[in-house]
Design a protein around this ligand. Sequence first.
Ligand SMILES: *Cc1c(COP(=O)(O)O)cnc(C)c1O
Length: 459
Amino acid sequence: MSYLDEIKTLENLDKQYVWHPFTQMKDWIGENPIIITEGRDCFVKDACGKWYLDGVSSIWVNIHGHRKKEIDDAIKEQLDKIAHSTLLGLGNIPSIRLAERIINLTDKSFAGSTPRLSKVFYSDNGSTAVEAALKMAFQYWIHRGVKGKQTFLSLKNAYHGDTIGAVSVGGIDIFHEVFGPLLFKAYKVPSPYCYRCERGKTCHECSLSCLKEMENVLEKNSHEIAAVIIEPIVQAAGGMIVWPEGYLKGVSELCDKYNVLLIADEVATGFGRTGKMFACEHENIVPDIMCLSKGITNGYMPLAVTLATDEIYNAFLGEFKEMKTFFHGHSYTGNPLACAAAIASIDLFEKEKTLENMQPKIALLEDKLKEIADLPNVGNVRSKGLIAGIELVKDKATKEPYPWEEKIGWKVAYKAREEGVLIRPLGNVIVIMPPLSINIENLNRLMDVIKKAIIAVNS
Ligand SMILES: *Cc1c(COP(=O)(O)O)cnc(C)c1O
């Protein structure tokens, strides 16, 4: 069989057997799928041998690039010892070492602020990190003897994952509405989406009015609310909605004032994405519970952590028969290979000065976005660190959106693909999320290709 025949066979087998996530398979079957075979730095290669710039960091997980030697080596070294053992009743070395490293990171990021995150609970992905966080917060109040705090407050446009608890606190109707009957009730309040804010002329006014609305709900219902859950600074899957300054701080203050826990879902923003190690650092706030996943292993292995304070952890301590145990866990919890990859990835932040080296790239991204903002069908550009969203609109003056069925975002993505750049839009928002290690030259190219693609689709 020739190599081309082999590729064709693989394509057909994919279409025969694989059900892809968030994908209309009827469309997929009619297309020529890209099958990835290899990666290097911020590039991935398909089965036909064509290289693409990875403009979405393989769905937001890649930090230091593909085939990073230090991480490859760490996994190989661990593989020579053991691939998996469980944390249910046993410990393992990489999970212990990584827990210490993560608490050292948060100690450094949140130095001088309270509370202190001090405990690491492992799971395998962002959704499970959120499920664990919700159950922890729920059970915490029970152990404290506080009755009735049995639901949550979350934001419109929020995305916390696809498991049922995470969807219950989600706020993207197009993903979540159909599952309505399965979900638990949670309070929802608007998020400060400045560009489409109907409550105030400036971002600041939008922010204040959103906080006011949150406060109204808390004032009436905080006795029912275990925690407020948020994606700090950037609501990612909701369309890369970047919050105005002061909003996050405001949320944190409201949680203190009304005695509810704050859960920060840093699954997308953690590990340097926003230009600081954790997004909460931008406003000097510390959550009671924090979820991390996507960037944690540089995209090598599924892994997540839910961090908690002593205050929360201690509430679960008691005699065996008191039933205060946190009854939650997954088979692959604390997987040694994944933890080894994560430790190597954290080491790289120091070795390669990842955060420092991001700064000129952030500046370049912002400059390029300013140029793109002038295009006739671009309504809004927004960014924080190396996350950006470009919101395309049918009418710039009225902000009229493209009908979503028009798949304008995908049209741009397909154009970019022709130029060797992979991006994945969120509806009408073009997403820019390159590996943090991308160099200036490749970032320039990424932005130029995207600009050209937006122009081409509009003409
Ligand atoms: C991606 C994401 C999740 C879900 O993570 P998965 O690993 O896909 O389950 C949760 N929260 C946020 C903020 C995310 O961006």
